[in-house]
Design a protein around this ligand. Structure first.
Ligand code: SF4
Ligand code: SF4
Ligand code: SF4
Ligand code: SF4
Length: 283
């Protein structure tokens, strides 16, 4: 999967026709084999752009910050990224008319070991679901499968599961990198910020960190698109997907097979309250 040439051409054309103020893409990091996100502001810089199976980050996260807000933005989105973008559009965080979206029919990205990333092996929608032009050949929606780690967890009693989660996440240093790197966490005032939240009174204990993570994951329930931007940002290398994939399964099984961000305008499971909603999964 290499769309470097096409993306340079598209970005160059958008700048020369004065259709965008900024293009969000990927460039080589310059110090290793990896890529990093880049914000291009001028035609003469489009040559920096690349796109391969190492283009791992979800660039829609940059749409929530001041330097792109209310600007005309071009950006590249893979299937999972585009589902986050669909939610940002639905939740009125970005204006569609301000965007030029280069969708990718994604063949999967690689992890640090060079293997296909786990979320790509389980991907339900590799093709961008919202785009102005698409690169690659769409392969269509795939059947949802419960994540292998979650299948294993299902065999544990609730108290065992709680102990397991507490142990797995005990090295959380509460840096909030996970929240900052999630495109769907855009609140100006976040209820889990340790400095500002009245929930914790500034405490940074293991139990407050665990509570904050659980709260965070619940705010993503029915919204998380499994892009794993959060997991890539975590300095403690914590398997945050365990929380999100557990919630994803509960939402899928209990709320009409809901999958986040597939359809523009679909506000998600938590917005569709009904008195007949099941509640036997609640601890
Ligand atoms: S999860 Fe799907 S869309 Fe996202 S990078 Fe992997 S294969 Fe591509
Ligand atoms: S919680 Fe993590 S995996 Fe889910 S959408 Fe946010 S960054 Fe992506
Ligand atoms: S954790 Fe919740 S309150 Fe904080 S930014 Fe995310 S969605 Fe907003
Ligand atoms: S990025 Fe990792 S260490 Fe930092 S708050 Fe999130 S889970 Fe904790």
């Amino acid at each position: 999967m290499d769309y470097t040439k096409q993306i340079k051409e598209i970005a160059g054309k958008l700048f020369s026709e004065e259709k965008i103020d900024v293009f969000i893409g990927y460039r080589n990091s310059g110090f290793d084999e990896n890529q990093v996100p880049v914000l291009i502001h001028h035609y003469q810089d489009v040559d920096q752009l690349v796109f391969t199976e190492k283009s791992v980050f979800n660039l829609t996260n940059y749409l929530k910050y001041e330097h792109t807000r209310n600007k005309r933005v071009g950006l590249v989105v893979k299937g999972c990224d585009s589902r986050a973008l669909n939610l940002m559009l639905t939740e009125n965080q970005v204006k569609r008319e301000n965007l030029y979206i280069v969708g990718i029919a994604c063949e999967g990205v690689v992890d640090e070991a060079g293997q296909k990333a786990q979320n790509c092996l389980e991907c339900v929608m590799p093709d961008s679901v919202v785009f102005d032009e698409m690169l690659g050949t769409p392969s269509g929606k795939r059947e949802y499968q419960v994540n292998a780690d979650i299948r294993e967890l299902d065999g544990k009693e609730l108290t065992e599961r709680l102990t397991y989660f507490e142990e797995v996440f005990e090295n959380c240093i509460r840096c909030n990198a996970c929240r900052h790197s999630c495109p769907l966490c855009y609140c100006d005032k976040c209820c889990i910020d340790q400095e500002t939240s009245t929930l914790y009174h500034g405490a940074n204990t293991t139990s407050s960190a665990f509570h904050a993570l659980m709260t965070w994951s619940l705010h993503l329930a029915g919204r998380c698109v499994d892009c794993r931007n959060c997991e890539k940002a975590c300095p403690s290398h914590l398997p945050l997907h365990l929380l999100h994939k557990q919630n994803e399964k509960v939402v899928y099984e209990n709320f009409q097979e809901h999958q986040a961000g597939m359809i523009e305008g679909d506000r998600g499971a938590f917005y569709k309250y009904s008195m007949s909603d099941p509640d036997d999964f609640i601890m």
